[in-house]
Design a protein around this ligand. Structure first.
Ligand code: ATP
Ligand code: MG
Length: 392
């Protein structure tokens, strides 16, 4: 009986004249999310609503699961569709619908009828009263509460009659593609996939850049980052992932600069290179998983020193999050299990015992000068030899 979903969207409903752009982006993202599933789905937009209708056999659980990954969706309502065969038949169907789902429960309820076609002979208010009466007769334990009902029974009179009462929560946010594009610095850790998720949730399309240092970092560490990108891509759509060979740059810094400055200098080069790709491909900002004070390279002074190399804005959505709060999100979105796999990432190999926590920018810049022309060549090579893959 259930083969249609009414998609509720929140914020995008208030976007005035641009509303259709947001709706179209949402439909696009829904289509993308359902594409790998078996079965045909018809997605339609009518009168400020989006419907997903299965045209063939389909997997209910999997469809719902996929829809819960689409930003912009606030609620997913499984709808029962009935052919209009008069009020008496409708009342019987409504009672059968409630029996199947709520039999024996002591619930307060409200009937909320809407006529999308005004030629239906009974007005909405009257329909509420009539159906409410029939429900009270059939379910003596139920009570009406028009203010805060536990069960909201929606009846929509369209070409067909739609009944729904269940709202499965969606992820909220805005459809990806409605807010430009950003370049995520994606490592194999817990934080950066969460950062990417959070910015994408605001409608931003995500590209990503990963720095690896073979043979100091393994092929499996790279696979892990690709796996993380794949999990994030279930929310964001396909991610163009740049994989940059950072080994020679790191070795050159290691051999030339004071070891307590390694991390800061290395991070400055990561930002510079990521920004190069961002500008080349139309990203409007960089995204990192940094949070104030989490490690030496994320003190206010270190963040300022890292930031200084960029001209694009750097978005750090986790900036005020505690580690546990970040972990909670990563568990919820499904990246945690992969993030904690124990493969080395390139930052852990070249870390000093006592990294600076309050870097002085003048001193850092003086150290960087010693890197000389050779560094320019290494950066150029790193950019030219990038491997870009599409992860979906
Ligand atoms: P994460 O858990 O995301 O790895 P972290 O707590 O380990 O973060 P750092 O290693 O200091 O912190 O990195 C801070 C941020 O810099 C990361 O969140 C990520 O955005 C970026 N970053 C770090 N290492 C890499 C890398 N190898 N490739 C791309 N980006 C990186
Ligand atoms: Mg890391």
């Amino acid at each position: 009986m259930l083969h249609t979903f009414l998609i509720k969207y929140g914020e995008i409903a208030i976007k005035g004249k641009n509303r259709h752009l947001f709706e179209d982006a949402l439909i696009h993202q829904i289509k993308y999310a359902l594409k790998p599933l078996e079965g045909e789905f018809l997605i339609t937009k009518e009168q400020g609503r989006i419907y997903v209708e299965a045209q063939t056999d389909f997997d209910y659980e999997e469809t719902v699961e996929r829809l819960t990954h689409v930003f912009g969706i606030v609620g997913i309502c499984p709808v029962v569709q009935l052919t209009d065969e008069g009020f008496e038949k409708l009342a019987q169907d409504v009672i059968a619908y409630l029996k199947e789902r709520y039999e024996g429960q002591e619930l307060t309820f409200k009937v909320h009828a809407r006529r999308a076609r005004k030629d239906y002979p009974i007005e909405s208010m009257e329909l509420n009263a009539l159906l409410g009466g029939r429900i009270l007769e059939a379910f003596p334990k139920m009570r009406v509460d028009v203010h805060k009902p536990q069960l909201m029974l929606n009846i929509e009179i369209r070409k067909q009659i739609h009944i729904y009462s269940e709202v499965i929560p969606g992820p909220g946010g805005m459809p990806v593609g409605t807010n430009g594009k950003g370049m995520l610095l994606l490592s194999g850790g817990i934080d950066s996939p969460v950062a990417g998720y959070m910015i994408a949730k605001r409608g931003v399309k995500i590209d990503a850049t990963y720095f690896h240092a073979p043979p100091y970092t393994s092929e499996r560490a790279k696979e892990k980052v690709i796996d993380l990108a794949r999990i994030v891509a279930r929310y964001t759509g396909p991610i163009y992932l740049n994989i940059v060979n950072f080994t020679d740059i790191q070795l050159h810094i290691y051999e030339t600069c004071p070891h307590e400055e390694l991390t800061i200098i290395m991070r400055r080069y990561m930002m510079k290179i990521a920004e190069h790709f961002a500008k080349e491909t139309g990203s409007l900002g960089l995204i990192t998983g940094e949070s104030i004070g989490q490690v030496a390279s994320q003190t206010m002074q270190s963040l300022a020193a890292t930031n200084e190399v960029c001209t694009l804005p750097v978005y750090r959505p986790l900036i005020g999050f505690d580690k546990q709060e970040i972990i909670d999100v990563s568990e919820r979105i499904g990246t945690y299990e992969t993030s904690i796999l124990p493969y080395e990432d390139c930052c852990t190999i070249f870390v000093a015992k006592h990294p600076v926590t309050k870097p002085n920018l003048n001193i850092i810049k003086r150290s960087e000068q010693k890197l000389g022309e050779r560094m320019k060549e290494l950066v150029k090579t790193a950019i030219e030899t990038v491997e870009t893959i599409v992860v979906e």
